[in-house]
Write a protein that binds this ligand. Sequence first.
Ligand code: NAP
Ligand code: G4F
Length: 355
Amino acid sequence: MAQKAIISGITGQDGSYLAELLLSKGYEVYGLQRRASLPNTGRIDHLYGKKGFNMTYADLSDSSNLLRVIKKIEPDEFYNLGAQSHVGVSFDVPEFTVNTNALGPLRILETIRNLGMPIKYYQASSSEMFGKVLEIPQRETTPFNPQSPYGLSKVFAFHITKIYRTGYNIFASNGILFNHESPRRGINFVTRKVTIGLSRISLGLQKTLKLGNLDAKRDWGYSKDYVEAIWKILQHKEPDDFLIATGETHSVREWVEEVGKHLGMSITWKGKGLLEKGIDQKTGKTIIEIDPIHFRPNEVEFLQGDSSKAQKILNWKPKTTFSGLAKLMTEQDLVYVKREATEGHPVVTQQKFQV
Ligand code: NAP
Ligand code: G4F
C-alpha cells in the first residue's frame, strides 16, 4: 500500500517541491490549503490531476479541523511546513506569527497524541532560532538566541516537538534548515527580490532596487536539495534533530554582485550607511539604493551552519553552489521578466511555477 503523507504549507516554496518528491516516490500526498481571497496554488497547479495528489482546506489556527483531517486521512507522515515565514513581517504581526508557527505545531502534536496513531511528524525548524549567534559555525548543540517573534515562535515549536518525542514517544523530528531559495521563493525575500529587481533593471523596466542591510550574512542553499533532507529525516530509524546547511556564508552585498554577474553587470559600491549605492560599472548608473524601511528592529547579522551530522547519518549533501543558485534563479526570473516586457503587465506575481 502507498505511504500517505500530509503536507501543511504545500502552497509554499518547500511544500511544492516536497509534494513533487513524495509523488515521485509513490506516496499519496494530502496537501493542506488555507483559504485565500485570490488563488494561492500557483506553485502546485501543475500537480492537480496527478496520481496520488489530493488537497483539502485546513488552517494551523484551527484545532478541530486539524483533528478531523488527520483522523480521516490517517497519514503515515505529517510534514509541518506551514508558517508565517517572513522574519521582517513577524515584527508587524507577532501574534499571528506565534499562533501559526508555535501553537500550530502544538495543535498537530496534540492531535497525534490524542488519536494515538503511529504518525511520524516533521517540524520545519529554522536557523533563525540561533539569532545573534553564540557559536560559529552553528551546530545542533549551539544554544538558541532568537531576535524576532518569528525566531522565538520557531524555538517554541522546536522544543515542543522534542517534548512530545520524549514525553509521549511520538516519532517527532526537527530539521533546522538554514536559508534556502529557488525560483519559487516568495518575492519579498531578499534573494528573489534581487533576481527579479536586477532582471527588470537589465531590461530597462526598472531604474533602481531599494534594499535594507547589505552586510547581513546568510548560509544560502537550494530548496530542491533541502526537501531531500526533509524526507530523509523522517526515514531515519529513530526521531532526531538535524541541521541542514551548505557550510558557506555570504553577504547580501555578495548576492547582489553574483546575480549582477549573471546578467552581464559589474556592480561596485560607493558611499556608506544610508547613502551607500550600487553602481553598474558598465552603464555608470546607480542601480541599488538603501531604504531604511527594510531594516528590522533586531537583525540577525550572521548565519553559517555545520551539517556534518546530517551528512554522516543521513548521507545528505548540498549539491548546489552559491553561484549555481544565483544562476538558476536569475535565468528563470529573466524569462518571467522578458514576458513582462512583451506582455506589458507583471508576470512574476502571477506566474505558474514549473521549475
Ligand atoms: P513559504 O513559501 O512562506 O510557505 C509557507 C506556507 O505556509 C504557505 O503554504 C502558506 O500558505 C502556509 N501557511 C501560512 N500560514 C498558515 C496557516 N495559518 N495555516 C496553514 N498554512 C499556513 O515558506 P517556505 O520557504 O516554503 O518554508 C517552509 C517552512 O520552513 C516554513 O515553516 C518556514 O518557516 C520554514 N523554514 C524556511 C526556511 C527557508 O529559508 N525557506 C528556512 C528554515 C525554515 P499560503 O500559500 O496560503 O500563504
Ligand atoms: O531573505 P530574508 O528576508 O530572509 P531571513 O530573514 O534570513 O529569513 C529566511 O530564512 C530563515 C532561516 O534563517 C527562515 F527561517 C525564514 O522563514 C526565511 O525563509 O532576509 C535575509 C537578510 C536579512 O538580514 C535582511 O535584513 O537580508 C536582509 N535584507 C536586506 N535587504 C533584506 C532586504 N531582506 C528582505 N526580505 N528584503 C530586503 O529588501
